[in-house]
Design a protein around this ligand. Structure first.
Ligand code: ADP
Ligand code: MG
Length: 409
């Protein structure tokens, strides 16, 4: 595998890479970067943690450094969540530390002052904009955003955006962009909806697909087959090992998340929660505390399961079996990043056995079912009926439903 000098990046990019301690490109990076530098549209599919962010940021930064300066925005990166927008903007700042490049993250939930600041950046022609769809559209609708010289459109976590009902918003944003541009689409999965989206917005894209979405071998996966009521009794035993300094617990709903977190607090655990009821500021604060290991346990709905890069999680617990087999892969991908070993543990309730069987099918392997501790008593037998688990349509995230009280995670 070549190192980063192979691509012919500007020296300032190389300095940024050094500062960020990136030595060798990952698979997706070595395949995507040359295509982007050649000017092709790209559709890039690879599982979480493979380095998709740098695959698009580096060639875009390099292009901006090398092109004549303009007062207009050059690249627009659209992402599903605020957390991801912030995270990408931070990586961008890191890589472009030595380059004369301006960027801003634009996402919902801020104050009037934040809005004014975003407006200022957008009207003064910041080089790179990282945004969530809704917030970008409110700016675009007000008419002062000038994307007439935009060269790159990047959709990151496109599968996630479609799950969240952002299709129309994405198309609306695109209606404000120049027809002639380079478009890059990244996704961890490649369902038919993504193919359709890419047909609509990409022009003869280079397709780069890295492997099947299976979790890294080094993640130790196990499961407990339980009755629903046994879950809350079992949980304290799973987190008892004090050598585990960073534990992420996923719940299916925000009500569930609140209950789990309340229970753990009662037992004097050091725990925080994150879900859609929290204000933006609180969410960021919670994230930062967890990332910096000030809190040991974070209980979350799956708003954090994709794309957010938290290093070194020792244990991921699926308190509920995720609805999508692919979500399972995303969640447990939070552990064992880079060189670390990680552990993932799933509690399978009686009604969740089919779902879990679906996950095992995707992984093409069985996950070890652990015996329950004596204190918990007998659990049910693991006997998935083999009936296909029918997933309810994902309505929770649909854009339109938001204001009318649709359940949010
Ligand atoms: P993805 O978007 O595919 O889930 P990310 O872009 O978030 O993955 O990268 C996952 C982690 O790997 C991040 O912490 C990132 O800094 C790190 N990383 C990515 N590429 C490299 C590289 N070439 N060298 C070292 N670390 C890298
Ligand atoms: Mg990513």
């Amino acid at each position: 595998m070549p190192d980063f000098s192979f691509f012919g990046f500007d020296e300032k990019v190389m300095l940024g890479l050094e500062a960020m301690r990136f030595e060798k490109p990952t698979d997706i990076q070595s395949q995507v970067i040359p295509e982007v530098m050649k000017g092709s549209d790209v559709i890039g599919c690879a599982q979480t943690g493979t380095g998709k962010t740098a695959a698009f940021l580096l060639p875009v930064i390099d292009h901006i450094i090398k092109k004549p300066e303009t007062e207009k925005t050059c690249a627009l990166i659209v992402v599903p969540t605020r957390e991801l927008a912030v995270q990408i903007a931070q990586q961008l700042e890191g890589f472009s530390y030595f380059a004369p490049l301006s960027s801003i993250a634009i996402y919902g939930g801020g104050t009037g002052e934040v809005y004014a600041n975003e407006k200022r950046a957008l009207t003064s022609g910041v080089d790179v904009v990282v945004c969530t769809p809704g917030r970008m559209i409110s700016h675009l609708n007000l008419g002062y955003v000038d994307f007439s010289r935009l060269e790159f459109l990047i959709l990151d976590e496109a599968d996630r955006m479609l799950d969240m009902g952002f299709f129309d918003d994405i198309m609306k944003i695109i209606s404000f962009l120049p027809k002639k541009r380079q478009s890059l689409l990244f996704s961890a999965t490649m369902p038919p909806k993504i193919r359709e989206l890419s047909r609509k917005i990409l022009d003869k894209p280079a397709e780069i697909n890295i492997g099947l979405a299976t979790p890294p071998e080094k993640i130790h996966q196990e499961a407990y087959v339980v009755y629903e009521t046994q879950k809350i009794e079992l949980l304290p035993m799973l987190i008892a090992d004090r050598t585990m300094k960073s534990i992420l617990i996923f719940g299916a709903t925000k009500t569930g998340v609140k209950q789990i977190s309340r229970q753990l607090k009662k037992e004097n655990h050091d725990v925080d929660e994150i879900h859609s009821d929290l204000e933006q500021k609180e969410r960021e604060a919670v994230m930062n505390r967890f990332k910096s290991r000030q809190t040991r346990i974070l209980v979350a709905t799956d708003i954090v399961s994709r794309g957010i890069d938290i290093d070194d999680i020792d244990l991921v617990i699926n308190y509920d079996v995720p609805n999508d087999a692919e979500d399972y892969v995303h969640r447990i991908g939070r552990t064992a990043r880079a060189e670390n070993l990680g552990k993932a543990c799933t509690l399978i309730g009686l009604k969740e056995q089919e779902k879990f069987a679906g996950i095992e099918k995707l992984l093409k392997r069985e996950i070890a079912k652990m015996p329950l501790p004596d204190k918990i008593g007998q659990g049910p037998e693991y006997k998935p009926s083999g009936k296909k688990h029918i997933r309810k349509p994902k309505r929770r995230f649909q854009k339109r439903g938001r204001k009318t009280g649709t359940k949010r995670r």
